[in-house]
Design a protein around this ligand. Sequence first.
Ligand code: CTP
Length: 447
Amino acid sequence: MIKVITYGTFDLFHEGHYRLLQRAKALGDYLIVGVTSEKYDMERGKLNVVDPLLTRMENVKKTGFADEIIVEETSGQKVNDIKKYNADIFTVGSDWTGSFDYINNFCKVVYLDRTKNISSTMLREQSKKILKAGIIGTGRIANRFIPEAKLVSGISAQAVYNPHKENADKFAKRWEINAYDDLETFFNDVDVVYVASPHQTHYKYVKAALEHRKHVLCEKPMALKREETEELFDCAKEHNCILLEGIKTAYCPGFEKLMGIACSGTIGNIRYVDACFTKLEGRDTRELTDLKWGGSFTELGSYCLLPVFKLLGDEYENIRFDVMRDENGLDIFTKASLTYPKGIATAVCGLGVKAEGRLLIAGTRGYIVAEPPWWKTTYFEVHYEDPASVDKYSERFLGDGLRYEIKDFVNMINGDSKSGFKLTKGESAAMAEAMERFLVQEGREGK
Ligand code: CTP
């Protein structure tokens, strides 16, 4: 008996998939089909899959060609499967020609001609309206948004706004999109807005976009006052729009996993969260020269407060800031200490002082530690009283990581509300309140 094995995502099952399976079956007597799990697709950066795993397996089954259907969960699985099932032939479409030659060491590899003019990608694009995205701001992060958005289906960056026309033009030329210096025209030409302008301008741009009924993804910190954040969320509700604060950590798979484990009771009740993020900056950057809005806490505080508020909540009894300032008065190192009825936390940020940059979560049964860059979570460990007992977890964090938040933003617009819990309105408001208290202490608020 000749056993054949093949793999695929088989999303939005189409003729190309049918023909591939038909020919795969004809290569032998018994066909095993591996269908990728959601988690595996996520890990390898395929963020646009529409059908759930069960639907995709069901569709493969309906063809009647598969004698056995298995789930592909990890990247190294193919060779193990080939050995386990004693497969004689491994086959995939010709779009993979060359990629699986190494499998010749284990069984015969056959690349079947791909069916022309059809793909899941094509069907996805046809089935959904592509959201036209406009970017406000032309700085570093705005430049990261475009290549990351290209990896998410259902959205396409097409416009950029900057009140200084020459900056908008330069940015637009680089990315081959349209430049605007008139906000009204800009809003008229887009469906969704990504706000990546300087912190203090977020509030006014987000508000204006929402009033034009545009969905908004806003870079952190969305606002520097609780009242403003709450007002923006109310405004989003009133205009039936999605509003999301873009803290990339909140949306990345590794951090989601870490939060899931921390909340699962594995380390008991959480009593201490210590989050540190430092990044040495050049002295002439905006962060270290903008005397009103710059400094380490407004720049990095959102990252460090995220695990604190997610794990201990926002009903702290007290928040205190210890600050190291530069000669110009801006904080180059800030330690926020929070006390709760049953817990304590520290959020430490630095732009001019380097520290260990770790995330530590301590509980009544054990602790979790994630080394830098934990804000792009790829690896963490769970430790217990017995030092020999350590659980290790890893996840991928692809590219600049904005793709995860963009994907959730698009999903939420398309009616999938599952993503909303990754960063809640309450958490965004609590972060803004912490920023506000900090700026008041520093005597910068209301200046
Ligand atoms: N396939 C094919 N002809 C097509 C599309 C896919 O022969 N027109 C084959 C692929 O080469 C692979 C299998 O079908 O062996 C499953 O492919 P999958 O990646 O799930 O489908 P695509 O349509 O290529 O998906 P995407 O557009 O998301 O890459």
